[in-house]
Design a protein around this ligand. Structure first.
Ligand code: DON
Length: 564
């Protein structure tokens, strides 16, 4: 507070100034009594509801949704990729994150994507088997089932196996992705599964994946060994090595899921629970919220609010580049970066009348947008929650489908910093903390998050590479303003990530006056040519004990409520 005063901000923050309608404590329901699932694909949402109706809890349902997404959204995530699962279990008030992020293979080395002159070899970290990390999603699902589920793993995986065997109908999103990545898919047997005569299939075409069905069945019955040992592991190792990679059984033996303590923060009376490293999201969001807290951005005009959010993001992303990496390999100063005093220091360089130039910040560029990944939210009638974000990185990962396994491998290696200061596919820069080492997890932006306040609870997250962080931050701020799941998912978006020093925005995110106002402050603005993100959200409001499930209108997902 003193610092704020020293900055000359005469109007001090009234933490109660932002006060959505809330239920009095006496009226606060203990359980939602309603379940809900929101995911990026209707069949995945139905899979979750099916498992709930068969007696499963939120964790069983999350396994069903996660696995189904891996089958019906093969461009976004899958068994050849990884994910983060943020959990809340009501019975013992547990909060944890199951980290099923991929790991660098043991043969990986710091400069593996550089040529003899030390220059990055184009696309080596993006396409084919050299771009892949050791998959983590199967291990995460087994872990979720064994430790948190009520039903056998094989039951929770039934819908996914069925979708793989009987097929799913392609939709416009699938067709767009296949059209975009046709040439990459033709580099492996993926073309036989996803293309029709070498072209994107027409709407309504059914894609069957019998090999994948068998692969899922093997770990449905065999558990961890059903994927990381035996037939599946052997076939993956053979396929990868024949395609020019260097994997061995030791890579699969060293893969373990890690449960990590989430990142906690507070903001104007709300509690935020989010993804810890190796996600950069939780740290960045709590840091940004801490920077923003003393400004009452909930009661200022649009230009000032957006200016301050951008300045907070600029500083949080700068620290991402500098400090964040796999906490099993590097010391991430999480406590410091999420401390209110640290934010006080960062706030000191923010001016209300002018944009900061990123170059003027201590320390430390972009292109492609709209690659893939997927987020789902689950709530059960007891109030157990799962926020899951999972990925194979870009559309169809590295495009390599393993023979005999029918599963695409990820291209997550591009999330490492392949050379200090060289931007990855999301324009993100990094340094030593996120350099490649054997067995290390690459830094992620995936940010499944819970918001708890007097209003109730929200579960949110989204794909979108580096933009995940700004989307989740905006979602949290909307929730603080009282928005429900549908409103949060639909809200127009804008983004800043320190470098490049410009604001990207959806066309309807700013009014003409706001565009002008932000430019007058010295910001560079770039209107995005399309919408981005796919935020699938659930809110449970204590007032009226109301659960709302919201699928992102930009996508083809489905949000549903289950009444018991
Ligand atoms: O883990 C990460 O940060 C990225 N691999 C996520 C990729 C992503 O969100 C692509 N989405 N459009």
């Amino acid at each position: 507070m003193m610092l704020v005063r020293a900055l000359g901000l005469s109007v001090l923050v009234l933490l109660s100034a932002c006060a959505p309608i809330v239920a009095a404590d006496a009226e606060r329901p203990l359980k939602p009594k309603t379940g809900a699932v929101a995911s990026a694909h209707p069949l995945a949402t139905e899979a979750g509801l099916e498992i709930m109706s068969r007696g499963g809890n939120a964790f069983d349902a999350a396994i069903a949704v996660s696995a189904a997404l891996g089958v019906v959204e093969p461009y976004s995530s899958g068994f050849g990729g990884g994910g983060f699962y943020l959990l809340h279990r009501v019975s013992d008030n547990l909060y944890t994150m199951v980290d099923g992020r991929e790991k660098a293979p043991l043969s990986a080395s710091r400069d593996m994507y550089l040529d003899a002159d030390g220059n990055p070899i184009p696309r080596l970290a993006k396409d084919g088997v050299l771009a892949a990390g050791i998959p983590g999603m199967p291990a995460a699902l087994v872990h979720l089932s064994q430790k948190y589920g009520k039903l056998p793993l094989a039951t929770s995986l039934e819908p996914a196996i069925r979708y793989a065997r009987e097929g799913f109908e392609v939709d416009k999103r699938f067709i767009a992705g296949v059209t975009f990545k046709k040439d990459l898919l033709k580099t492996s047997m993926a073309a036989d599964v996803f293309l029709l005569n070498g072209e994107a299939p027409p709407p309504g075409h059914i894609i069957k994946q019998p090999l994948l069905a068998k692969t899922i069945e093997r770990f449905a019955t065999g558990g961890l060994d059903g994927f990381y040992k035996g037939k599946t592991a052997k076939r993956i190792i053979k396929g990868v090595n024949e395609a020019g990679g260097d994997w061995s059984q030791a890579d699969f033996d060293q893969y373990t899921v890690v449960e990590r303590e989430p990142i906690y923060g507070t903001y104007r009376g709300s509690r935020i629970i989010s993804a810890p490293p190796p996600s950069s999201g939780g740290v960045a969001i709590i840091d940004a919220l801490n920077i923003l807290e003393p400004y009452n951005i909930h009661e200022v005009d649009g230009v000032r609010r957006k200016h301050l959010v951008v300045e907070a993001l600029r500083r949080a992303f700068r620290d991402r580049a500098q400090f964040l990496g796999d906490p099993d390999f590097v010391d991430v100063p999480t406590e410091r970066l999420t401390h209110k005093f640290y934010a006080d220091g960062q706030r000191a360089s923010i001016r209300l009348d002018r944009a900061t130039s990123s170059d003027s910040l201590p320390g430390f560029q972009p292109e492609d947008e709209g690659q893939h990944t997927t987020h789902f939210s689950v709530l059960d009638a007891d109030g157990n929650r799962v926020g899951g974000t999972q990925t194979i990185n870009f559309w169809f990962g590295g495009g390599y489908m393993v023979p005999g396994v029918g599963m695409l491998l990820n291209n997550e290696m591009d999330d490492f910093s392949i050379k200090p200061g060289v931007p990855n596919g999301y324009g993100l820069v990094g340094a030593g903390a996120n350099e490649i080492q054997p067995g290390k997890r690459m830094l992620s932006s995936m940010t499944p998050t819970f918001v708890e306040s007097d209003l109730g609870v929200a579960i949110l997250g989204t794909p979108g590479g580096s933009r995940i962080i700004s989307m989740v931050l905006l979602g949290v701020l909307e929730r603080i303003d009282g928005a429900n799941a549908e409103q949060i998912s639909a809200k127009p978006r804008y983004h800043h990530q320190y470098l490049p020093d410009s604001i990207t925005y959806e066309s309807d995110a700013f009014s003409a006056e706001e565009v002008q106002g932000l430019q007058d402050l010295g910001h560079t603005l770039k209107e995005s040519s399309r919408k981005y993100g796919n935020m699938n959200t659930i809110t449970w409001d204590y007032a009226g004990n109301k659960v709302i499930s919201g699928a992102d209108p930009r996508g083809v997902g489905l949000a549903k409520i289950r009444v018991y």
